[in-house]
Write a protein that binds this ligand. Structure first.
Ligand code: NAD
Length: 475
């Protein structure tokens, strides 16, 4: 049991003024496995002041000095990667193999990439008689969700520190344990006090205090569209830069010339990652009407055969969702799908056989889904795939784009040029062709209500930089 009592401010572990705490629950056993304090507005204020005081010094360090510190953090996280993967599989329910890769490996990569970029990035360029400087935005508040708790923290904190910004992190109160692990690693790396601060707390208290704080220059938020909207409103009052990474309802389009067996299986893999709790999951599967029966049969077999159970057992590909609340939400969506007339291909709202304990949901597939149904429109954030029929390529693009979201998507075709043509018509920040792997260096972020701004690689670094133009007189 991890029993944390402190928050991390100005290079020290201090007692928070907030008196409440949050219990961290193992999603499989429902046991309490940790406890963290919940900060209050006073803690947020202390952290922001520490970050403000540290900004002048940190922003004046050279990129290579910062690279050394950031590389040390990458090394420290790497040394504790196995521990991070176990913690997150317990908190979130992520199957262990995916946890090792995407929950514990990716954060190391984000810090390593940030350190490497500092050796290459042009912080100065010349335009006519102007010197154009890239300078850090200032104090950045990072607010992060529970589904990829450490990865999404790293995707913000690494480039923010690399840019020369100082940081206050408010991790998710639901999966906060690896935020402590990161703070310990950063403390050991010996960053100057105040450069990185961490205050757990609930969104309405610490999150809103940070989003409203006049001395915070930028908020980088990942989470639900509803909370992002609130953060955007609060940030607007002091004209903060606000970067939002929000929800999604991404579509995988299987074109009629695709290899169906691999396309349907590939699309399914991209839907059920992390038990469906992935913002860029391909949760809508668009299939030519004439081939729906074939696609449905493949999906029924692939998803019906998924092994559900303890995420620490490598044989299981689906673990529990994070909480009783999330389980109830996902099951409600499944019931609503049935009520609205969708055809249940496999799964359903009951507990999976033999799993009456833990927050398990049966991996579920719906066919006969129409674009107006709730399950086709709203982000479910659980192991649920909806299959929609389309008439032709234009219709597929129209259905895919008929969403308030625009985070990701996929096109499957045996003709790469055709797939690219369709990809260009999708109003989303990413499109994967024929199951291409994830790229941590390419920009990640959303169109429409999936957010604004981009993370990862040099695009992520640029988010934390201002432009300054310095004009030189003629010689
Ligand atoms: P959430 O919006 O409930 O919480 C996210 C964070 O915001 C938490 O730290 C929470 O405490 C904080 N928060 C909540 N209300 C707030 C408020 N009023 N002011 C300030 N902060 C507030 O989201 P969640 O349930 O933790 O995560 C799931 C959501 O995150 C899904 O919608 C998912 O799609 C989205 N997500 C998006 C991305 C992306 O990169 N686009 C990545 C992962 C998750």
């Amino acid at each position: 049991m991890k029993n944390y009592k402190h928050v991390y401010i100005n290079g020290q572990w201090i007692e928070p003024s907030g008196r409440d705490h949050a219990d961290v629950i193992n999603a499989t056993t429902e046991d309490v496995i940790g406890r963290v304090p919940l900060g209050d507005a006073g803690d947020a204020d202390r952290a922001v002041r520490a970050a403000r005081a540290a900004f002048d010094g940190w922003s004046q360090t050279s990129p290579l000095q910062r690279a050394e510190w950031i590389a040390k953090i990458a090394g420290g996280l790497e040394a504790r990667a196995a521990e991070a993967a176990q913690l997150i599989s317990a908190e979130v329910g992520t199957p262990i193999a995916w946890s090792q890769y995407a929950q514990a490996g990716a954060p190391v990569a984000h810090f390593a990439v940030a350190a490497q970029l500092l050796g290459e990035f042009a912080f100065t360029e010349h335009v006519g008689h102007s010197e154009v400087l890239r300078e850090p935005v200032g104090v950045v508040a990072c607010i992060t969700p529970w589904n990829y708790p450490l990865t999404l923290i790293a995707a913000k904190v690494a480039p923010a520190l690399a840019a020369g910004c100082t940081v206050v992190l408010k991790p998710s109160e639901v999966a906060p344990l690896t935020a402590y692990l990161l703070a310990e690693v950063i403390h050991e790396a010996g960053l100057p006090p105040g450069v990185f601060n961490m205050v757990p707390g609930v969104g309405q208290v610490v999150g809103e205090a940070l989003a409203s704080h006049p001395q915070v220059d930028m908020i980088s938020f990942t989470g639900s569209t509803a909370a992002g909207r609130r953060v955007g409103e609060l940030g607007a009052r002091t004209i903060k830069r606000v970067a939002l990474e929000l929800g999604g309802k991404s579509a995988a389009i299987i074109l009629d010339d695709a290899d169906f067996a691999s396309a349907v299986r590939g699309a399914i893999a991209a839907c059920y990652l992390n038990n469906g709790q992935t913002c860029f999951a391909h949760t809508r599967l668009l299939v030519p009407r004439g081939r729906m029966a074939e696609a449905r049969a493949i999906a029924a077999q692939a998803v019906g055969g998924m092994k559900v159970g303890n995420p620490l057992d490598e044989q299981n590909t689906i673990g529990p969702v994070i909480s009783a609340l999330q389980r109830a939400r996902v099951r409600d969506y499944i019931r609503q799908g049935i009520e609205e007339g969708a055809e249940l291909v496999t799964g359903g709202p009951d507990a999976p056989a033999g799993l009456t304990h833990g927050f398990f949901v049966r991996p579920t597939v719906f066919a006969g889904v129409t674009p107006d149904m709730t399950i086709a429109r709203e982000e479910i954030f659980g192991p649920v795939l909806v299959m929609l029929a389309y008439e032709d390529e234009d219709d597929a693009v129209r259905i895919a784009n008929d969403s308030i979201y625009g985070l990701s998507g996929a096109v499957w075709s045996s003709d790469a040029e055709r797939a690219k043509r369709v990809a260009r018509r999708l109003r989303t920040g990413r499109v994967d062709i024929n199951g291409a792997p994830f790229n941590l260096l390419a920009p990640f972020g959303g169109y429409k209500q999936s957010g604004n701004g981009r993370e990862f690689g040099k695009y992520g670094l640029e988010e934390y930089l201002e432009y300054k133009a310095v004009q030189m007189p003629a010689e």
